[in-house]
Design a protein around this ligand. Structure first.
Ligand code: AMP
Ligand code: MG
Length: 381
């Protein structure tokens, strides 16, 4: 979940404050903050309904609270941090033992396992063996060799040999072997909440994975974080509006004090420095995107990206460049963005309908395919 070099770093790039009196006469104070957490750049713009001397404290507190929520999520859902619960569950499985979950996490796992099932395993939380084998996060340059600047290209050529060795594509045998250790169906939640998301038990539950299997919740960790951040925004009476970006996950809440809408930009996966357009949304929403431009490496003229097809063990190749889900629930949206990327356009539209979310797909040829609701909010630039 956390890219090398970013671990434990929360870098405040900018904190700003601006007093404003809006058209409706609602005074708000705007704060901006950028940081790095969960292996991605987090940017926050928060509109506090506090003005004057108390505003700075209120704004800084809100943004620090949100950073703390993200840090806690990383501490829980990372498989890379030995102390994280997911890493401990994986370690327990290696030792042939059960892992433990809080009651709340057990309920969350039931939801995740159901999403695995409903997507016919296109979204699968048990792919740790496969994602580690590919290790795309460490190999990812983040941009194709052709897009390197002159200076970067010079440095790159010096490192070429070492890099080529590092960019090895796993062999078919290795992939087949890793797939044997994957498969969400083999996961069991054992305890009072097992099979029942309604039970209000506070007891710790246990989770069983077969030896060799390991969890990778990279596809939904930011979605889980989005839900918690949204809950925080709703509960904080001082927050009037906010737009928060966790990498590919955007959260909007309330408004700027003037009742205006949010414009959420959608990256053009064929040219990630540009947008294909934006969604115009009022109030609280989540906009979650999975794309092949986010993390990948290229070797032999082929791009190997980070969204894997659990059926083949290779990066998904369903003719899609990116999938954006507009939804109200971060877990569902994040799981679906990944799953829809894997299953291809036709099935993706069915899944979006089943889960009552709106979807925008950018196909390999740049064609846009979207649900009816999405058409109403998308402006193509
Ligand atoms: P996202 O960018 O949200 O689509 O999530 C991609 C991340 O989830 C990858 O970096 C892997 O850690 C993990 N992952 C890759 N393929 C899958 C998949 N088919 N199902 C679940 N998780 C996946
Ligand atoms: Mg996802």
């Amino acid at each position: 979940m956390v890219r090398k070099g970013y671990r434990y770093i929360t870098l405040l790039l900018c904190v700003g404050m601006l007093l404003g009196l809006t058209a409706c006469g609602k005074r708000v104070t705007k704060f901006n903050n950028a940081s790095v957490s969960m292996g991605t750049v987090i940017s926050q713009t928060v509109y506090m309904s506090v003005t004057g001397f108390g505003a700075t404290d209120a704004g800084n507190t809100a943004m620090a609270d949100i950073n703390e929520i993200l840090a806690q999520i990383d501490e829980t859902y990372s498989w890379r941090k030995d102390t994280a619960r997911i890493a401990k569950i994986n370690a327990a499985a290696t030792a042939g033992e059960e892992g433990s979950l809080t009651a709340e996490q057990a309920r969350e796992f039931q939801i995740l396992l159901d999403l695995c099932k409903q997507t016919d395993g296109a979204f699968d939380i048990s792919l740790g063996a496969l994602t580690r084998l590919w290790d795309i996060d460490s190999k990812a340059t983040g941009q194709p060799a052709g897009q390197l600047t002159g200076q970067e290209a010079g440095q790159a050529s010096g490192r070429e040999e070492a890099e080529q060795a590092a960019l090895m594509v796993p062999s078919e045998t290795e992939i087949r072997q890793a797939l044997l250790d994957c498969g969400y169906e083999k996961i069991e939640i054992r305890g009072k909440t097992a099979g029942n998301t309604e039970v209000d038990s506070q007891e710790e539950q246990t989770i069983y994975l077969p030896q060799g299997m390991s969890l990778d919740l990279g596809a939904v960790a930011k979605g889980i974080a989005s839900n918690q951040v949204m809950e925080y925004l709703h509960e904080n009476p001082n927050v009037h509006g906010a737009v928060i970006s966790l990498g590919g996950n955007i959260i909007t809440y309330g408004d700027r004090g003037d009742g205006s809408s949010w414009n959420v930009g959608i990256v053009n996966p064929l040219d990630p420095d540009t947008n294909i357009g934006y969604l115009t949304l009022k109030g609280s929403h989540m906009v979650i995107t999975s794309g092949d431009y986010e993390r990948f490496f290229e070797t032999g003229g082929q791009r190997y990206h980070h969204i894997l097809d659990p059926e083949t063990g290779y990066p998904a190749d369903a003719g899609i460049k990116s999938v954006t889900i507009w939804c109200q629930d971060g877990i569902v949206g994040d799981a679906l963005s990944t799953a829809c990327f894997v299953v291809g356009t036709e099935r993706a539209l069915e899944l979006a309908e089943q889960y009552e979310v709106e979807i925008l797909i950018v196909a390999e040829d740049g064609k846009l395919v979207m649900s009816e609701g999405m058409k109403k909010v998308l402006t193509v630039q």
